[in-house]
Design a protein around this ligand. Structure first.
Ligand code: SF4
Length: 266
């Protein structure tokens, strides 16, 4: 079978660095694939457009993959037959998968993996695929995952760590409009699995997206996180702002802070 070289591009710093460097080295690439979850940061969409233009200019095919149904469709409207009758009873047969949780990351599978695998399966019927994956040298534990076996990992071969990838991208003029200076991880802006620090930053730096997240939480049956709804987080962050302005502690284990938080949450 004819060989076909394909780069999995997530839009993040590692796969961006890998792709830019592979192109610089003149590596023969047939296609670059990127999967849109519908919930990327606006700056990420603009970054992908820039990379896409560079890829096309190099004469390489750039394919945008996307589930035909939106994230919101699966989250709010999808009709689901549930085996777990307690959810049906508690929430009166709700539609949609609602927010992802640590043990139920439906969106990773439905909005990304299934869409990518469908595309790759079609290619595998015609070609012998050679896949490049952007796993950084300091993330080698990811190599053990079955999904990454048999791929080429240039960043590991080059010894490029996550920090080196970021610096390489900056040196080439790609800076995601500062997203990586604000967040330690950049993924879907509404991800409930991101850290509290990232959510604080989202509220402060992207108030329109934060407001959209609050509205999403009101529309769905599962709380945003096991410990806080979006409304409770809003109250917590507002309390932190006000206490910081007064020079009071916002240390989560501090007794005074905990008491004030309890009162704020009612
Ligand atoms: S980043 Fe979060 S919201 Fe986005 S697909 Fe992954 S688990 Fe789901």
């Amino acid at each position: 079978m004819e060989e076909y070289r394909i780069v999995s591009f997530s839009g993040g710093k590692d796969s961006t660095a890998m792709l830019l460097r592979l192109m610089e080295l003149g590596e023969p690439i047939n296609e670059v694939i990127w999967c849109d979850t519908y919930k990327e940061f606006p700056a990420m969409y603009r970054h992908v457009e820039r990379v896409k233009a560079a890829v096309k200019e190099a004469g390489i095919k750039f394919t945008v993959l996307k589930n035909e149904y939106s994230f919101d469709h699966y989250m709010f409207d999808r009709e689901i037959t549930r085996k777990n009758s307690s959810i049906n009873e508690k929430y009166n047969f709700p539609n949609g998968f609602s927010w992802a949780g640590p043990r139920m990351r439906w969106c990773t599978r439905t909005m990304k993996l299934d869409v990518i695998n469908k595309h790759l399966s079609a290619l595998k019927k015609k070609y012998r695929l050679i896949q490049y994956t952007g796993i950084a040298a300091d993330e080698q534990f990811r190599l053990e995952r079955k999904a990454n076996s048999g791929h080429i990992h240039p960043l590991v071969e080059w010894g490029w760590t996550e920090q080196m990838c970021l610096e390489y991208c900056y040196s080439k003029g790609y800076d995601w409009e500062g997203l990586y200076r604000k967040f330690d991880r950049v993924s879907c802006w509404c991800c409930p699995l991101q850290s509290l620090d990232n959510l604080r930053t989202l509220r402060k730096e992207f108030p329109d997206l934060w407001e959209e997240l609050r509205q999403m939480d009101k529309r769905t049956w599962r709380n945003f996180r096991a410990d806080f709804t979006a409304e409770q987080l809003e109250k917590r962050f507002a309390l932190e702002d006000s206490r910081t302005a007064q020079g009071l502690t916002v240390e989560p284990r501090n007794k005074d802070f905990r008491k004030a938080l309890k009162e704020a949450l009612g």
